[in-house]
Design a protein around this ligand. Structure first.
Ligand code: NAD
Length: 481
């Protein structure tokens, strides 16, 4: 089985101008479930990038002004993804360690993004249309969009970017994460004869190529998803060519549990809001604030769920969570755990790495940790959750907002009116009540503060990939007509 899966991702090439392309150098891809090298992929050079941008620029002609062609291509991409769901999910599981059930869902969502955008009609806003004038706002493509992708959900994130860029009439040069290039290179291979040459170019490479993309004046917009640190660097260097930017960055989402919430009822949703995909989601629950009246009961219920969720190999039947996706992340999460324990945090469940190869850490609940601890203040991005006790709701809101992040936040209660009132006080791009982390192609998504710039998805997401042009026409006076 594993050999079959590896064979499916051997000799993958980059997609440049409709052709499969190797590079002068290679990157190794590691399976986080056993730390074996599972594939070598091209490591894009500056020459590869130059060819991709040149191709993307020429491909704008005949693409930007043909909405019918773009719709049919978007629909055919959705079908290709759907037909190859199993192969794409396997590649994704192999490189991220995510259970196959999770990656099948991700690939399914990716197809859905393309289907959704195949129905997008680029709108025209009529501001005035009377006897004196017609003033309208039309949307023009930005040109070549540079898409830069992280390792944690590459198929879904790339699909949001490619589908929206295409719907708005742009062409795309996409760079995968060096840690998770397989599924996207496979996608490129599957799409080579489905998308006009040059319209979509997919490169695998590291940060250096990302920086070159940001610096290149032929790229009009950078659509970036990744860490806040890299987002800030991109914003600073993009200034030189006044890049249009979409920045989807890190998060440290709080979940506030109100006193009336039933701990047994909310525990499972809170648990999976934090531990789905081993917590490696930008909008996962990363801190829980529980009222003192039910704090112990909630910690116990969450600990019970953590204790019975053992991480497993991505390809094991019934695996619910896998390992961390790479060594760097594994070490970072372990260090946060050690520091939290050293500074008084109590491990209510989990707390150990598995004694085997692979980056496995038990799902871990930490109670009684101080609000100043890095586990509360930083983005852990792993299966490690602090639960913090509060007495007064205003204090819980203040603590939830006391961060530079502002991606998502949630409130948990049976009293929807009160929950909505608390949600209204939270500084985050998405606030949820009795749910967390819902991302859909028609629902705007993005961050306050250092969690990002702009919004993806929905109509506002389309505008992010467009230049808005105001067309103002004076109509002749009746006597002049
Ligand atoms: P990362 O920032 O290290 O890398 C992301 C991508 O950017 C990679 O392709 C990398 O090669 C490239 N890159 C890094 N520095 C660059 C630079 N200066 N210029 C151009 N490109 C550069 O992030 P990661 O570790 O791959 O992903 C995890 C992070 O992504 C977490 O912080 C997570 O919260 C965030 N994330 C955010 C969202 C969202 O929608 N807000 C979604 C998923 C992940």
């Amino acid at each position: 089985m594993r050999e079959d899966i590896r064979a499916g991702v051997s000799n993958l090439k980059m997609l440049i101008n409709g052709q499969g392309v190797t590079s002068a150098q290679n990157l190794e891809v590691i399976n986080p479930c056993n730390e074996e090298i599972v594939a070598q992929v091209p490591d894009a050079t500056v020459t590869d990038l130059d060819q991709a941008i040149t191709a993307a620029k020429s491909a704008l002609v005949g693409w930007s002004d043909d909405e019918a062609l773009r719709k049919s291509v978007l629909l055919s991409i959705a079908s290709v993804i759907h037909e190859n769901q199993e192969a794409l999910a396997r590649a994704l599981s192999l490189e991220t360690g995510l259970p196959l059930a999770n990656t099948k869902d991700e690939v399914g969502m990716a197809a859905y993004f393309f289907k959704y955008r195949s129905k997008t009609v680029v709108p025209v806003d009529i501001i005035h249309d009377d006897e004196r004038q017609r003033v309208q706002v039309v949307r023009k493509p930005v040109g070549v969009v540079g898409a830069i992708i992280p390792w944690n959900a590459p198929m879904m994130i790339a699909s949001e970017k490619i589908s929206t860029a295409f719907a708005a009439g742009n062409t795309v040069v996409l760079k995968t994460s060096p840690l998770a290039p397989l599924a996207l290179l496979l996608l490129g291979q599957l799409l080579a004869d489905k998308v006009p040459a040059g319209v979509l170019n997919i490169l695998s490479g590291g940060d250096v190529i990302g920086k070159q993309m940001v610096a290149d004046p032929r790229i009009g917009m950078i659509s970036f998803t990744g860490s806040t640190e890299a987002g800030k660097a991109i914003m600073a260097s993009g200034g030189a060519t006044l890049k249009r930017l979409s920045l989807e960055l890190g998060g440290n989402d709080p979940a506030i549990v109100l006193p009336d919430a039933n701990p047994k009822k909310v525990a499972s949703k809170l648990f999976w809001g934090a531990f789905y995909r081993s917590g490696q989601i930008c909008a996962a629950i990363k801190r829980v604030y529980a009222h003192e009246s039910m704090y112990d009961e909630l910690v116990a219920a969450m600990a019970q769920l953590a204790a019975k969720t053992t991480p497993a190999d991505a390809f094991d039947e019934g695996a619910l969570i896998g390992p961390l996706a790479n060594r760097e992340q594994f070490e970072k999460v372990k260090a946060l755990l050690e520091r939290a324990e050293a500074e008084g945090g109590r491990v209510a469940a989990g707390g150990k790495a598995l004694d085997q190869s692979g980056y496995y850490l038990q799902p871990t609940i930490v109670s009684h940790v101080d609000a100043s601890n890095p586990l509360v203040r930083e983005e852990q991005f792993g299966p490690l959750l602090p639960i913090i006790q509060y007495t007064n709701i205003d204090d819980a809101i203040a603590q939830a907002n006391d961060t530079d992040y502002g991606l998502g936040a949630s409130v948990w209660s049976d009293d929807l009116e009160q929950a909505e009132a608390v949600a209204a006080c939270l500084q985050a791009g998405s606030v949820w009540v009795n749910r967390h982390g819902i991302v859909m192609p028609d629902i705007p998504f993005g961050g306050f503060k250092h969690s990002g710039l702009g919004r993806a998805n929905g109509d506002v997401g389309l505008d992010a990939y467009s230049e808005l042009q105001t067309v103002s026409i004076a109509k002749p006076k009746p006597a002049e007509a």
